[in-house]
Design a protein around this ligand. Structure first.
Ligand SMILES: [Zn+2]
Length: 479
């Protein structure tokens, strides 16, 4: 029996508003525990919520970017459950009438994932267990009342890789829109995954298992892979799936049961009496729509077209809007936009990845200048590779670095000839091999010349002279 996975994701996006959803407390991450609290988010008697307009505006932005329907009237509801990190004893959320429904997220290969809804809700605080010398449990309410958008997909995701790509796309879009930092380590983006298996081409849904609180792209993939295998083994072994909530253990890469459906919470939703209905007028939507920037998919297509770069480079360069802006600034200063794209996506980003330094530490005109120097045949790609780390180290401009480090290219053919002659002299065995028809050995000689000149020999000249010299000895041999 061929089984396929049916996956749906509920993604929580913590919004980067300055203040919380219903009070003026700061949303800054990393403050001392319970530092950002007030009577409203501590749920003291008599404190009343007042809606933060920016929260709704950020919701409208995301809804516009993903093509959701924006409802002119929506409602807040109370979701009742008791946890120490939820001091009111309920969470203010949207249940029956969410602000946004529908919409799509595009994955690679034109895969389209439809959304069910996006609603607005508040975050809970954090329980910290076994902390301190006394091994007690503590509650930190700094996060209580921070605004969230919860996005629910249709069960249309088919593989763990698609689930992780979906989350990456969401992170990219919320960063482009500047409505969330999308930081998974700090919990700004986290998800619950629903998964069931069914015979391929069956339209029915199997019993689903929910995996709660996954907080990294890798964990999503690992948790779903484990769960697919567990459910497949169970079904093929004649067992049945229990509908339940499970947690992912990152150390062992396994999921384990948290609670079964029998004892799952009954949330007893009811309309939030302390807040009016949420009205979103056409005029407001129109104003917000004017602030939507060019989004990643559009930008990627434009880059490939306008700058004549590969889809791969366009994808890398538009990953972050700041990087896309940086690339365009380089193109304004340099001539060869495809070469600039390549230099950034290989050399520049390799260094930022390795060292954690910001790409913006190097001025765009310096990258453009290196590209122009390659085009003018004044430096080789090899030298360019040496220049990039020096740009970060010295913050100096490439021309100065080339001068002070003596990296200028050797384009004097008599000098190169001399070097080549001595290399041929010292590698007679390989010359014989070349004569015998092993023309691939040319690469070996090029490598030797570059080694000898520390990469400074003009590669075009090296190739030309090498071929001349080697065919001359071949002719001698033939004659
Ligand atoms: Zn507060």
């Amino acid at each position: 029996m061929q089984l396929e996975a049916v996956i749906g994701l509920e993604t929580h996006i913590e919004l980067s508003t300055k203040s919380k959803m219903f009070c003026s407390c700061s949303t800054d991450f990393g403050a001392k525990p319970n530092h950002h609290t007030c009577p409203v988010c501590l749920a003291l008697p008599g404190a009343l919520p007042v809606m933060n307009k920016q929260t709704v505006e950020y919701g409208i932005k995301l809804a516009l970017a993903l093509g959701c329907s924006i409802h002119s009237v929506s409602r807040f509801d109370r979701k009742q459950y008791f946890y120490p990190d939820l001091p009111k004893g309920y969470q203010i959320s949207q249940y029956e009438y969410p602000a946004f429904t529908g919409g799509t997220v595009m994955l690679s290969g034109d895969r389209k994932i439809n959304l069910t809804r996006i609603h607005i809700e508040e975050d809970a605080g954090k329980n910290i267990h076994g902390a301190g010398a006394d091994n007690h449990s503590y509650v930190d309410l700094n996060r209580a009342g921070v605004p969230l958008l919860e996005m629910v997909t249709e069960p249309e995701i088919r593989t763990p890789e698609e689930a992780s790509e979906f989350l990456r796309r969401i992170r990219q879009i919320v960063r482009y829109l500047r409505i969330s930092d999308g930081n998974m380590e700090q919990g700004s983006l986290r998800c619950d995954a629903n998964i069931s298996l069914r015979p391929k081409s069956s339209g029915k849904l199997g019993k689903k298992v929910e995996i709660k609180n996954i907080n990294s792209f890798k964990h999503v993939e690992k948790a779903l892979k484990f769960e697919i295998k567990r459910q497949r083994d169970l079904i093929l072994g004649g067992g049945t799936i229990t509908q339940e909530t499970r947690l992912f253990n990152a150390h062992e890469s396994v999921t384990y049961a948290m609670r079964s459906k029998e004892d799952s919470f009954e949330y007893r939703y009811f309309p939030e009496p302390d807040l009016p209905l949420l009205n979103i007028a056409e005029e407001w939507i129109r104003k917000v729509s004017e602030t939507i920037p060019e989004l990643p998919d559009e930008k990627r297509r434009r880059f490939a077209e306008q700058y004549g770069i590969t889809d791969y480079d366009a994808g890398v360069l538009t990953d972050l809007s700041e990087l896309a802006d940086y690339y365009e600034a380089c193109c304004k200063k340099g001539r060869n936009s495809a070469q600039i794209a390549h230099l950034i996506s290989t050399e520049l980003l390799a260094i930022t990845k390795k060292t954690g330094m910001e790409f913006s530490a190097v001025k765009p005109e310096y990258v453009a200048r290196i590209s122009d120097l390659i085009d003018e045949n004044l430096i080789s790609i090899k030298i360019a590779k040496q220049l990039f780390p020096l740009l970060f180290e010295t913050r100096d401009d490439p021309d100065n670095i080339i001068k002070t480090k003596g990296l200028i290219q050797i384009s004097d053919s008599s000098e190169i000839e001399k070097i080549i002659e001595s290399i041929l002299e010292g590698n007679k065995g390989n010359v014989e091999k070349f004569k015998a028809g092993k023309t691939k050995i040319l690469g070996f000689f090029v490598g030797q010349v570059m080694k000898e000149t520390k990469g400074k020999a003009n590669p075009k000249l090296v190739n030309r002279i090498l071929i001349e010299k080697l065919s001359a000895v071949s002719d001698e041999f033939d004659g």
